[in-house]
Design a protein around this ligand. Structure first.
Ligand SMILES: Cc1cc2nc3c(=O)[nH]c(=O)nc-3n(C[C@H](O)[C@H](O)[C@H](O)COP(=O)(O)OP(=O)(O)OC[C@H]3O[C@@H](n4cnc5c(N)ncnc54)[C@H](O)[C@@H]3O)c2cc1C
Length: 392
């Protein structure tokens, strides 16, 4: 029997499955190789009652209210402005760097004239990428940009990505801004939220539909066959009406053009009987050896009144290796010129199959945040819909 199959139950796969099930009233089978739904957004309560985001901290930030409205159908959200500190030269400074950081890093006297220049040069701008400061024609601004870059970004970036900042795509470095004010929020988006009952519950509700069936612990690649001659994808030898794949694109094609690079994380937990351990929910450590940041999950819970003690999760980035014991989950695509070239070769392969659709962070080898991932899946659904309507 022809089937509609979705590989992966992260935001991309779950949204597409829900839209197909609900709007097109068609049956969908989701195959997920992990033992749970939600992909990297998965969270669970630990034995102390703390809601831990197992694959690292995730915060929903967007200027698009449609994204919030869409998610509110599946769970209640509460406003949460993420706040970060960075531990530099033995001091905690605000992240993103803001006007207070200027005073902390260059001293009050020098800060006065530098702040005047920053106000004038970036008038009307809320956030400015640190690289733009580095490249600025004014010597004082560019010297301050270099100070930030050397103290915070060079080491953080090389730990995070395993390569020097010069090799990484500019779009990734542009994600690191300085706030042109005393704003302490990590991001300046209009809507900043977290789900009251956590992300997993939200996915649970999204996938609760009579047309959706979810199979966990199934590696779809062991069942799929791509027939280049006829341009079709088969599952267990049977033709598939439509296959939506949200896993890693290189793995789908048996790494035939080589493995695309991803970074993974080794996340280590430290438990404490104290109610509070860190001075902020997230601390970034640009100068520390091996690790990049720590998160104290109790600080981001909607209700921690029944929690005992606290837990701090510290991230140690490492190269992704599907066969390794630690580091076998592809977290972040490493965007460089060389990896983009390899990705383009895989993209040509995709176009040979007319019942194959690729969507998501791994499938499209893009650094999507969840808001963009949600917007993209919602609009990508229109492609799938027109294909299914055409062949029916
Ligand atoms: C550490 C970290 C922190 C982040 N923080 C934020 C944040 O604060 N804010 C924000 O907006 N975004 C954040 N993001 C980005 C966010 O996680 C992604 O945008 C989103 O999870 C992408 O969803 P996806 O469905 O495309 O991919 P994924 O969540 O990776 O889902 C892909 C799914 O496919 C499954 N799969 C893969 N291959 C197979 C196979 N062969 N068979 C069966 N199943 C398979 C995987 O197990 C996985 O469940 C963060 C990402 C990371 C890694």
């Amino acid at each position: 029997m022809d089937k509609i199959i979705v590989v992966g139950s992260g935001f991309s796969g779950s949204i597409l499955a829900r839209k197909i099930a609900e709007e097109l009233d068609l049956e969908v089978l989701i195959l997920e190789k992990r033992s749970h739904i939600g992909g990297n957004m998965y969270d669970e309560y630990d034995e102390r009652g703390i809601l831990v985001q197992v694959y690292g901290p995730h915060f929903l930030n967007t200027n698009n209210f449609a994204v919030i409205k869409f998610l509110q159908q599946y769970g209640e959200l509460f406003p949460h402005n993420t706040k970060l500190l960075s531990f530099i030269d033995g001091k905690y400074v605000r992240l993103p760097f803001n006007f207070t950081t200027v005073q902390q890093l260059v001293g009050a006297e020098q800060a006065e004239s530098l702040l005047a220049k920053l106000r004038q040069e970036f008038y009307g701008r809320d956030r400015v990428p640190v690289l733009e400061l580095v490249e600025h024609q004014d010597n004082d601004i560019s010297a301050y940009g270099r100070l930030l870059f050397e103290k915070a970004y060079r080491t953080y970036t090389s730990k995070m990505w395993g390569i020097e900042p010069e090799q990484i795509d500019k779009s990734v470095l542009d994600r690191v801004p300085m706030a042109m004010s005393y704003d302490e929020r990590y991001l300046n988006k209009d809507f900043q939220y977290l789900p009251v009952l956590g992300f997993t519950k939200l996915f649970d509700n999204m996938l609760k539909h009579h047309n959706i069936q979810v199979q966990l612990n199934v590696d779809a690649l062991a069942h799929l066959r791509l027939d280049e001659q006829v341009g079709k994808v088969y599952y267990d030898g049977q033709p598939v009406e439509c296959l939506i794949y949200t896993g890693a694109i290189d793995e789908l094609f048996g790494l035939k053009y080589g493995a695309l690079p991803y970074r993974s994380l080794d996340i280590r937990y430290e438990y404490s009987d104290k109610e509070s351990v860190l001075p902020s929910e997230i601390i970034s450590y640009p100068q520390a050896a091996g690790y990049t940041r720590s998160t104290e999950y109790r600080k981001i819970m909607y209700d921690d009144s029944k929690v005992n003690g606290s837990v701090v999760a510290t991230e140690y980035p490492l190269q992704y290796d599907s066969q390794a014991k630690v580091g076998n989950i592809p977290y972040y695509p490493v965007l460089t010129e060389a990896s983009q070239q390899v990705y383009q070769k895989y993209l040509v392969e995709v176009q040979k199959y007319n019942n194959l659709f690729l969507c998501g962070r791994l499938a499209e080898f893009k650094y999507y945040n969840m808001d963009v991932c949600i917007e993209h899946a919602l609009s990508y659904f229109e492609n799938v819909k027109s294909y299914l309507e055409r062949i029916k």
